[in-house]
Design a protein around this ligand. Structure first.
Ligand code: SIN
Length: 495
């Protein structure tokens, strides 16, 4: 790690001793200009884990200045060299899986096995874009009129602001940062206030690999802050910034889009979801229950692809609900670093309060709690895995994205009714469907309004596939061939 003139604060003893907790600007870790810090908590105990430098407006602008300067050099670096840098980052992340997973669990709460899976998922994005960096397709042809030739080149858009969420603190930075670097862009990262430590660890890995190759370390800058708008407002108003990529709520995304409009910025928005999980009469129920647990309980239900509404056809509704209740009852709630834990805490007290509120509202309106429906005893921000039966479409647990371990079950009769219920939401990120009927699968691909569809699978995420939604779930795609296109502009040359 590089020395800094004014030392950033240090992390607590549960974390790696050399974990940076400052701002990364122009290849140097440093304290915030104000000297201020904010606390990061362990959601399993509510204890303070670390104090992290709290960036302000001037720090954000300093980071953009560094990113802008580094961009001029980085865009000229050979694609093969960018690719090899990313390959080295992939290998370093993979080699340090356990260390990174421990930090994810400490600040995010998820069970260690899930944290390790997240590290592998993140590394996969880095490897995928290392491979894509040398496969940027262009075009060369004679103009149809025969008067000239046409070249279409793909050029990096320029410095990008990446705003990442707390629920996947390494995977979400990986799937923004890797395509940005592969394309030749530099970045300023604003990590989530609740989970900045994992980002710091990854940023230090990238910084060290850049420095080892004598590449411009200023291509990756990180500005943790207790105020997202203190970072985003000055940067979105600065003409040097050319791209915004955001993962988070639809409300914040809409506000950022308005601010990005003045600068005519390229934007990628991965926003809220309200995923339907359809189980038809002909489904393999063992597979459906296993998929339901995966689609609902990953990160305690705190993912934008979490199944939010379980829509079950009448013929199997009772059987499916009984089996799901049993499966949820077997889950082990506890701190993520305790052996045997399968469900960790929620991220903060307000998340527990919100889940409590929507379950209470459903209960008051006539739903039945089949299992869970409360907080367990003891400290930490926990909520028990919950199945609600007798749910109706107007309940908040159905109309809102719950972001917690709660599975509301609604029943439907015909396929048409199921599809109508599935589409009855302003969101369209992902849908899941369990059926053995191939004809029905093809009808669903045409009729379901979502960016992604899991067929007999409770998990769709994959670095090589385009992740993203329609309607109020977002704009653009991350991952796959499409992921790198978000960071390049085509340039047409007539000659
Ligand atoms: C998210 O919840 O934002 C992302 C989940 C995923 O990539 O699977």
């Amino acid at each position: 790690m590089t020395a800094s003139s004014s030392s950033p604060p240090t992390a607590g003893s549960a974390l790696p001793a050399d974990l940076p907790t400052g701002l990364l600007i122009g290849g140097e870790w440093r304290a915030a200009g104000s000297g201020g810090t904010f606390a990061v908590h362990d959601p399993a105990t509510t204890d303070v884990l670390a104090e992290v430098s709290d960036a302000g407006e001037q720090d954000a602008l300093d980071a953009l200045t560094a990113a802008d300067a580094a961009f001029r050099e980085w865009r000229t670096v050979a694609p093969r060299d960018r690719s090899e840098l990313l390959r080295a980052v992939f290998e370093a992340i993979t080699a340090r899986t356990d260390e990174i997973a421990a930090v994810i669990t400490a600040e995010g709460g998820k069970p260690l096995a899930e944290s390790r899976a997240e590290v592998a998922y993140a590394a996969d994005y880095v490897r995928w874009f290392a491979e894509q960096a040398v496969r940027m397709e262009g075009l060369a042809r004679r103009a149809p009129a025969g008067t000239h030739h046409q070249l279409v080149l793909r050029k990096p858009v320029g410095p990008a602001l990446l705003i990442t969420p707390w629920n996947f603190p390494i995977a979400m930075i990986a799937r923004k940062l890797a395509p940005a670097l592969a394309a030749g862009c530099s970045v300023v990262v604003k990590p989530a206030q609740l989970t900045p430590l994992t980002t710091a660890l990854v940023a230090e890995i990238v910084r060290a690999e850049l420095a080892a190759r004598h590449l411009p370390t200023g291509v990756v800058n990180v500005v943790p802050s207790s105020s997202a708008s203190r970072i985003s407002r000055p940067l979105l108003a600065d003409p040097r910034l050319r791209k915004l990529s955001f993962t988070g709520s639809t409300e914040v995304g809409a506000s950022l889009l308005k601010q990005a409009a003045d600068g005519i910025l390229r934007t990628s928005m991965e926003l809220g979801g309200n995923a339907p999980f359809l189980v038809f009469d002909d489904a393999d129920l063992d597979a459906a229950v296993e998929g339901a647990v995966a689609a609902k309980m990953r990160n305690s239900g705190q993912t934008c692809v979490a199944a939010n509404r379980f829509l079950v056809q009448e013929g199997v509704a009772e059987e499916f609900t009984a089996r799901l209740t049993e499966a949820f009852g077997r889950l082990v709630v506890g701190p993520g670093d305790r052996p045997g834990t399968t469900v960790g805490p929620l991220i903060q007290q307000s998340a527990v309060d919100r889940v409590t509120e929507v379950v209470q509202q459903a209960d008051d309106a006539g739903a039945q709690v089949r299992v869970g429906g409360m907080r367990p005893e003891g400290r930490g921000w926990f909520y028990l895995p919950t199945v609600l039966d007798g749910v109706t479409p107007d309940m908040r647990v159905v109309t809102e994205e719950v972001f917690g371990p709660v599975a509301p079950v609604l029943r439907f009769g015909s396929e048409d009714e199921g599809v109508d219920l599935a589409n009855a939401t302003p969101f369209g990120l992902v849908a899941y469907a369990y059926t053995r009927d191939v004809g029905r699968v093809m009808r669903l691909t045409e009729r379901i309004d979502a960016g992604m569809l899991g067929v007999n699978r409770g998990m769709v995420s994959d670095a090589s596939a385009p992740f993203g939604g329609v309607k109020r779930s977002g704009l653009g795609r991350e991952g796959g061939e499409a992921g790198i296109e978000e960071y390049v502009d085509p340039m047409y040359v007539a000659l």
